[in-house]
Design a protein around this ligand. Structure first.
Ligand code: NIG
Ligand code: FE
Length: 431
């Protein structure tokens, strides 16, 4: 990140002021508490940022008085929340599948389209044919869109490369793209998504290569901090997924599972067994599965856009609450089942589909989503010590967040205590 030369007195003065600021004149500041169990609400509250982190959150008048040296920034009477966390996306791909969507609406099944060469493999072909720089810039542009929609932390999975070399290519482009944007990005290698054309009839060879060659290469080149597998009758079995994910875990990587999406098939149980950071989808998971996730401390990630697109039934909030599991909501942004570009829009859908309260919805896209990424100490809340990632929304109360459709827009987005709408010279405050 650019820093001021020590000899630039103007720069030093501005940097000094912009690294200590108080965001005040809010309608309310709303944040999960530090352990993500309750939602704290501060009517007319304020947040103090110092050196990129939250120094204090509390009543506005008091904080303004006690932090007289901080640069005051007015939230114009808006609602302020932590920056949102989208903990499940597949946003590096080329093309789209809008025609396939029409075919599905006309009655063709997802499985039949996939069997005929469409589905995931169609996107793999389009992505394979696209230039590196286009994919890299395209991913950076998508991350900018997510930021503009209020997401300050985003998980990005590979998965449309499929072959070992295709996946390594996407992971390398992901690393390059995230350096272009201020959004915080967690990179996941989705190594078991579909069997590539080139490995038809050689399933064992493919699995062994992914496990024995690709995984160590990912660690060696620091390409990802987590590994994911699509554990489903239409993709990979529980045993195949376990072998890869256990190897990833042994190498120090976090693991996630695309679990119980098209059929209840043991994915959530596997995630719990491995102590996975998250089990995602879960459209067909049972109450017992949810309890297993709760016992393991694995976050259950709901993907309402995918469920809606595929016309699937979803669990009710009552079941989720009774299980005691942590519930997150994510976009699952991908060209096949979830062309969903706003996390808050997905949260509004989740509130309706699952019956989540406004507070549960906020937790699902902040603290719980951060926990799914292993970042809950620093991200997904505005308690002292957290990164200064916050959004002032074009509304006044927490209840409006899941209410409006299309979703409420951010008025301004802070990352590491810096308002990115400020002139560039004033926002060079990231460490
Ligand atoms: O998360 N479930 C597997 N993968 C994606 C869909 C992939 C596609 O259709 O391109 C998902 O829904
Ligand atoms: Fe997914």
């Amino acid at each position: 990140m650019t820093v001021f030369p020590a000899s630039d007195p103007h720069g030093k003065a501005v940097a000094g002021r912009t690294s200590y600021l108080v965001l005040h004149n809010t309608a309310e500041v709303v944040t999960p508490d530090a352990d993500g169990t309750r939602v704290l609400r501060y009517p007319k509250g304020a947040v103090v940022f110092r050196d990129g982190r939250v120094l204090e959150v509390g009543p506005g008048a008091e904080l303004l008085r006690r932090h007289g040296d901080a640069r005051p920034i007015s939230a114009n009477g808006r609602l302020v929340t932590p920056g949102l966390v989208d903990c499940h996306t597949h946003m590096i791909f080329a093309g789209h599948r809008a025609l396939e969507f029409q075919r599905r609406l006309a009655g063709e099944s997802y499985a039949a389209i996939a069997a005929g060469g469409g589905g995931i493999r169609a996107t793999v072909a389009a992505t394979g044919a696209e230039r590196d720089d286009v994919l890299e810039k395209g991913l950076a542009a998508r991350l900018e869109r997510w930021r503009a929609n209020g997401c300050t932390t985003v998980e990005v999975k590979s998965g449309y490369g499929l072959t070992p070399s295709g996946e390594l290519r996407l992971l390398e482009l992901m690393r390059a793209a995230v350096a272009r944007v201020p959004v915080r990005v967690v990179r996941t290698a989705l190594l078991l998504h579909a069997l590539p054309e080139a490995y038809q009839g050689r399933r064992e060879t493919y699995l062994a290569e992914m496990r024995e060659r690709t995984l160590p290469e990912i660690v060696r080149r620091d390409f990802a901090s987590a590994v994911d597998a699509f554990c489903d009758p239409v993709a990979f079995t529980v045993d195949e997924s376990r072998a890869l994910l256990a190897a990833a875990k042994a190498l120090g990587l976090a693991v996630r599972v695309h679990a119980d999406q098209t059929k209840r098939s043991g994915g959530a149980v596997l995630a719990a067994e491995l102590g996975a950071a998250s089990a995602d989808h879960l459209e067909c998971a049972s109450e017992e599965d949810w309890r297993a996730l709760a016992a393991a401390g694995t976050v259950g990630v709901l993907l309402p856009a995918a469920a809606l697109t595929l016309g699937q039934k979803l669990p009710r909030a009552k079941l989720l609450r009774a299980s005691g599991a942590r519930v997150a909501v994510a976009t699952d942004f991908n060209p096949g089942t979830a062309p969903a570009q706003s996390l808050l829009e997905c949260a509004a859908l989740a509130a309706r589909q699952f019956g989540l309260t406004a507070e549960e919805t906020l937790l699902a896209v902040t603290w719980n989503a951060a926990k799914a990424l292993g970042l809950e100490a620093q991200v997904g809340h505005l308690n002292p010590g957290a990164w200064g990632d916050a959004v002032a929304w074009e509304c006044e109360s927490l209840e409006e967040l899941p209410y409006w459709m299309p979703a409420v827009r951010p008025d301004c987005v802070f990352i590491r205590g810096a308002d990115l709408a400020l002139p560039a010279v004033e926002r060079r405050v990231w460490p």
